[in-house]
Design a protein around this ligand. Structure first.
Ligand code: NAP
Length: 552
């Protein structure tokens, strides 16, 4: 079997014959993931005629594409699902506190069936171009197959992590065996029994994959460039009694999420790390380490992610944990991050990841010591060694946040190009619109607050829907940010990132991806002032009649 790893996104359909755009829609939505589904639901409520375009053969977005072994939530399942329907909340039973990808996809399909979402969705529809026509104030999108659609409103629900990236390693396509990027995992099961497997990458995706396939493979070789801090997930099945309690308390769960900085159920501890004795600090961290979910990341002392000294103490604690769990101390040393502090990248949650390295049939290769030179027909050639594999896995991540926008040729007023205008830094107002691209609304675009993603999506979709409703009620057909308001927002976004240790660390969240033209410049891609401030800003704009936007 020879699997083709998709090397390029669909190219602009230049050769396809130009047909007349299909008209008659009030809005076009790009992306059939959680954003697209919920935006469709809300716009239907306004009585609008909407069409959703999805590149996959079905809906689900992240949970459709990321079928790699072990893919699962890092949010508590019961804090993750859609909140808009009490009926859904009562009918659906999450099997585990942190659901696995097949269950999440099943959940999204169940919601889609219930509300008949697919009726308004086109699948296998990769949008390659979006052009704004100043003459009639409408957007025309072009699909990879050449079909075109036109409507006054264009809404993107592209997801921050949908533009996957393959490693820029020479001869990457020469491997003769099956090779998979984790975000394009086959729909059929992959048999790992007795196989020699190589995996490149050690991010959250790789960690879930490695710990899941390690018990099955013949031999596993992990190629690591940067180790990440990881903490135990502590997943468990939901008992009947817990299920009853969860279903009875959704209102409180969502209210709790609404009032934390990241919309997770965990919230920052009001104390600083130095406010307590070393013994109390250790006991607190032990407690967080033994509890499920992100508590140790977003429920830690309030200065752990801002004060280098507090962060160093937390990093030392985590390093001790790695040393305790990994028998070979040379391997443990390799697994301890050196170039970034604990929590300054989104924290992977693991289940037995470190213990994998105690298996005799698992090898960790630090490619800083022995760099990968090229992919070969039989495996991977490093400077000093050659490794033969039956299966090769690329867990090499994504061109985060702006990548999905860069992969569509988006041209706004007067033919301006979004990719060029955002090359150094995305420019937005509240992360929902950008100057010069009228009537283009982004769901979870750059400069929005991100954490527990569906909670963030619901808030933004509701806000965008409110603005569209306002426009319809006032007979307005054109909306774009006022340049001065967008400039103020840009300053505010920059300021909100200051003081955060993560702002200085290379990751998909700061826009670093060496596989994309060697890009290493750090950019501000999120709104880092927290959900509460972000919400307050959005609400103030809406309450003031959207004066920061040019509406006509
Ligand atoms: P990632 O965190 O960006 O990790 C990519 C990995 O590939 C890194 O270890 C990176 O090394 C390595 N890599 C990339 N190019 C390479 C090259 N040319 N040579 C060698 N190594 C290379 O991506 P991810 O693991 O897919 O995770 C992305 C995000 O997805 C996470 O932060 C999280 O938000 C989300 N996620 C969530 C869950 C969940 O639990 N719900 C699970 C998976 C992912 P460097 O670090 O050195 O670049």
């Amino acid at each position: 079997m020879r699997e083709k790893v998709p090397t390029k996104m669909a190219a602009v359909a230049q050769s396809a014959p130009k047909q007349e755009p299909i008209d008659g829609y009030d809005a076009l939505i790009v992306g059939g993931g959680i954003s697209g589904m919920y935006q469709l639901y809300r716009l239907r409520e306004l009585g609008m005629k909407v069409r959703v375009f999805e590149a996959g053969s079905d809906l689900g977005g992240t949970w459709y594409w990321n079928r790699y072994p072990g893919a699962r939530f890092d949010s508590e399942s019961w804090s993750y699902g859609f909140a808009f329907s009490e009926e859904v909340l009562q009918e659906w039973s999450w099997p585990e506190h942190f659901a696995a990808q097949p269950d999440t996809l099943r959940y999204l399909e169940y919601v889609a069936d219930k509300f008949d979402f697919r009726r308004d969705m086109t699948f296998n529809a990769t949008v390659v171009q979006a052009l704004f026509d100043d003459a009639d104030s409408r957007w025309t999108i072009t699909l990879a197959n050449g079909e075109r659609y036109r409507a006054p409103l264009l809404i993107t629900g592209l997801g921050p992590l949908s533009a996957f990236t393959l490693p820029n390693i020479p001869d990457r396509d020469s491997f003769k065996g099956p090779a998979f990027h984790t975000a394009r995992w086959p729909h059929e099961p992959v048999d790992f029994a007795g196989k020699r497997v190589g995996i490149i990458g050690t991010g959250a995706t790789a960690i879930q994959t490695i710990q899941t396939i390690a018990p099955k493979v013949g031999h596993l070789t992990v190629f690591q460039r940067t180790p990440n801090w990881a903490s135990p997930l502590h997943n468990a099945r939901i008992t009947e009694e817990e299920q009853r309690r969860i279903k009875a308390s959704y209102a409180e769960i969502f209210e709790r999420c609404r009032n934390t900085q990241t919309c997770f159920i965990h919230d920052t501890d009001p104390r600083k790390a130095m406010d307590v004795t070393p013994e109390e600090r250790e006991a607190f961290w032990e407690k967080l380490y033994s509890e499920p979910g992100f508590g140790i990341w977003v429920g830690n002392f309030k200065d752990v992610l801002t004060d280098p000294e507090a962060n160093k103490l937390a990093s030392d604690f985590m390093a001790r944990k790695i040393r305790e769990r990994v028998k070979d101390q040379d391997v443990a040393t390799k697994l301890i991050p050196k170039n970034h502090g604990f929590g300054t990248r989104r924290l992977p949650l693991e289940s037995g990841y470190y213990e994998v390295y105690n298996q005799d049939n698992v090898l960790l290769v630090d490619i800083n010591d022995d760099p990968i030179e090229r992919i070969t027909p039989t495996g991977v050639k490093t400077r000093d060694n050659a490794y033969d594999f039956d299966i090769l896995i690329y867990a090499t991540g994504f061109d985060g946040v702006t990548g999905p926008y860069d992969r569509i040729d988006i041209c706004g007023s007067g033919g301006r190009r979004l990719k060029d205008e955002w090359a150094d830094m995305p420019k937005t107002l509240l992360g929902v619109q950008t100057v010069g691209y009228p009537n283009l609304f982004m769901i979870l675009g750059p400069h929005t607050a991100r954490g527990n993603i569906p909670r963030n999506i619901e808030e933004i979709v509701d806000w965008v829907t409110g603005m569209i409703k306002y426009m319809r009620e006032h007979g307005l057909t054109h909306a774009e940010p006022r340049p001065e308001a967008a400039a103020d927002w840009a300053v505010h976004v920059e300021k909100a990132s200051e003081g955060l240790l993560s702002s200085k660390v290379a990751s998909w969240q700061t826009g670093v991806n060496r596989n994309v033209d060697g890009r290493q410049v750090l950019r501000v891609l999120g709104y880092n002032g927290g959900v509460l401030k972000y919400r307050a800003k959005c609400e103030a704009v809406a309450a003031g009649g959207y004066k920061e936007f040019l509406l006509k």
